[in-house]
Structures are given as C-alpha cells and as structure tokens.
Write a protein that binds this ligand. Structure first.
Ligand code: NAD
Ligand code: FNR
Length: 165
C-alpha cells in the first residue's frame, strides 16, 4: 500500500510534539529554525536527533557549522516559533528574543524550557530530510517550566501542576 503525503501529514498532525528553536553559530554564520522533529536517541553518550529539510535556507549554515543548540520552547513562546518557522529574515528572527552564548558558541534562548548545546556527530539523509545526530555537551533548564506542544496544527500550553488548596 502506498501512502500519499496528505495521508501521512494528516496522521502526523495528531501526534503531539514539543516545539524547538534550533540555532547555530560558527564559521558559516548564525541561523535558526523551528523544529518539531526532535527526539532523544541515547543517554550514553547523551544524544538527540533533529530532522532538517535539505531545502531549508538554513541547511548550508548548519551543515558547515557542525554545532547547534536545541531550545525547547515554553508556553508563551509561540510567536517565536512562528517567526523561526517562516520566511522571516534571520536578523528579524533573532531580534525578537534574548540570547546567551552556549559552550559551543551557539545561541541559547532566554526563557526556554531546556537548551541542549550540541556538536553534530553524524548525519543520515532520508528522503527530503537530513537526520542530525547531536551529542550534547551542555544543558540549561528553566526553574519553573510550563510546556508547549504542537498538536492538531495548533499550539497547546501545558500548565505546571498547581498545588491543591
Ligand atoms: N518534519 C518537518 O519537516 C515538519 C514538521 C512540522 C511542520 N513542518 C512545516 O510546517 C508546516 C505546517 O505544518 P502543520 O503541522 O501545520 O501541517 P502539515 O499538514 O503540513 O503537517 C502535519 C504534520 O506532518 C508532519 N510533516 C509536515 N511536513 C513534513 C515534512 N516535510 N516532512 C516530514 N514530516 C512533515 C509533521 O509532523 C507535521 O506536524 C508544514 O507544511 C511544514 O512546512 C515541517
Ligand atoms: C511548528 C513547526 C514545526 C516545524 C517546522 C515549522 C513549524 C511552524 N519546520 C519548518 C521550518 O521551521 C522552516 O522550514 C524553517 O524556518 C526554514 O525556513 P527557511 O527556509 O529558513 O525560511 C520544520 N522543518 C524541518 O526541517 N524540521 C522540522 O522538524 C520542522 N518542524
């Protein structure tokens, strides 16, 4: 049975996922894009994967720099996700938030749920996408996280557990 891309996407639309801004900086310059295709691979060595469409304007920058930071968005950061997920010029994307420099030199987003600073350790191409395997060298976490999920083509906030009264 062959599955067309609409059937695939409609099914994937009901698989909820965290929203991340993936950033890079280095010899090829600074860039960032929104990604929901991010997954934990192994904790030894601590590794995650990011799927990046090779037709994205940011692809050559990530490909050359070989380092990236996965910034998992918190509730309230939906606007940033839209900015980094579109055709907005790169300077405009970065001007909309606060950034610090991580250990690899990649931008770490202020207020993110978690930031995973990584070296790209391996790349596997499948269809339209590159799977970037990323070895984590440093992690920063939000002290009071409230999550954000992309589900049914919309954002949904995940409030923290409030104490019962
Ligand atoms: N993995 C991805 O590359 C990916 C994931 C999510 C969204 N997007 C981009 O955002 C746009 C809006 O997404 P949407 O969720 O509102 O509606 P949509 O109908 O385009 O996508 C539904 C779901 O299908 C998957 N998907 C979409 N495009 C894909 C692709 N090229 N390769 C692999 N999986 C893909 C994702 O899980 C997505 O949430 C998409 O058209 C796409 O350009 C890309
Ligand atoms: C919620 C959501 C989730 C994703 C995306 C978009 C949005 C809105 N996009 C698309 C990606 O962000 C977009 O193509 C980039 O911004 C690259 O665009 P430019 O070519 O740089 O304008 C995206 N692209 C990708 O290669 N892998 C992914 O996992 C995702 N996930």
């Amino acid at each position: 049975m062959s599955i067309d891309s609409t059937t695939f996407r409609d099914a994937m639309a009901c698989v909820g996922a965290a929203v991340n801004i993936i950033t890079t900086d280095g010899p090829a310059g600074r860039a960032g894009f929104t990604a929901s295709a991010v997954c934990s691979v192994t904790d030894s060595p601590p590794t995650l994967l990011v799927c990046l469409n090779r037709s994205a304007s940011v692809w050559p920058v990530f490909s050359n720099n070989q380092a990236l930071c996965v910034n998992t968005l918190a509730a309230g950061q939906e606007g940033l996700s839209n900015l980094f997920g579109g055709k907005t010029p790169m300077e405009e994307r970065f001007a909309a938030a606060g950034w610090q420099q991580g250990e690899t030199g990649c931008p770490r987003l202020t207020g993110a749920l978690a930031s995973f600073d990584c070296h790209i350790s391996q790349v596997v191409s499948v269809g339209t996408h590159d799977i970037l395997f990323c070895q984590i060298v440093d992690i920063a976490r939000h002290p009071t996280p409230e999550g954000l999920v992309w589900f049914d083509r919309r954002y949904h906030a995940l409030p923290a557990n409030l104490p019962t009264v």
